[in-house]
Design a protein around this ligand. Sequence first.
Ligand code: MRU
Length: 347
Amino acid sequence: MTEQNKKTVQALQWTGTSLKVLDQRQLPEKLVYDEYQDAAGVTEAITTMRVRGAPAIGIAAAYGVALSVIQHCAENPEDWQQKVAIDIALLAKSRPTAVNLFWALEQMKGLLDSSLTNPQAVIIACAEKIHTNDIVANIKMGELGADLLAGVKGVMTHCNTGALATGGYGTALGVIRSATQRQSLKVYAGETRPWLQGARLTVWELAQDGIPVTLLADSAAAWLMKSGAIDWVIVGADRIAANGDTANKIGTYSLAVLAKQHNVKFMVVAPTSTIDWTISNGNQIEIEQRDKNELLPDCYNKEGLLVGAWNPVFDVTPGDLITAVVTESGVVLNPTEQGMRGLKNVI
Ligand code: MRU
């Protein structure tokens, strides 16, 4: 694959003194970047899902800490570390499920604890490294995942796991990108209700790259599998427990159950920063519940009406429904606690 083929849309652009965030709520109609100079702004960008996708959230948070250090070293030279710690706590509350957020904040915190002569430079370099390493990991995973797809005719993906959700290139969508460079592949994308990451983001991203894609309603997935059109479902992850249980966008678990019924293989693609070694299984993952208004039509959003909405935005797929977890450090087939720990040895 040429370098040109690996260039994708950028969800995040670091300018050296600010972070530009592509407002994904406005895609595909409008391509608008908002610019942030402080951690509070970046926190808001994550909470409101201007930036979303586990790796991209982690990278944005890392830049948020960099902005905090730049700001507070200038404004509060005496107690800048305490002010930055407050910003880190704020960023940690932006969204609960994607572990990449906490992983990135830990990396930044680790540096702040040491005595630094030029904290701004060190912290910015760390955020930039987290960003660059994510792209490198995605390209590696793209190749490893594509190896599993040799001879495969059709795949389905869920949510958006592309450049928009990562530092660049993508996880599950990175595998699809790499595979389409090697062979012809029919790509199906589920709409991903209620936020429509599939319909608004994945389809747009693939269209930008000239990769043909077919959109389907989430509720059409069983029928697609029954038709025999797909051999694999390929998804990303927000948090993978030590036993391979995987939290990802709501609807992923349904797809895994359907895949089992139809003998379709199920691939999870995620960098090792998405693995939470501190939890033994998926029951320990906090599932974000978002506002009912993301689901309810406006006309039901009135005082006195007895119409509620249940809006969990992630679910957990048990490891035993997963055929392969692809990371930049290797592939775990049929994940089990032992399998994931074997991977840890190569990190
Ligand atoms: O709510 P979102 O859009 O942040 O959820 C994103 C997902 O669930 C993705 O599938 C996951 O973060 C992997 S992205 C490479």
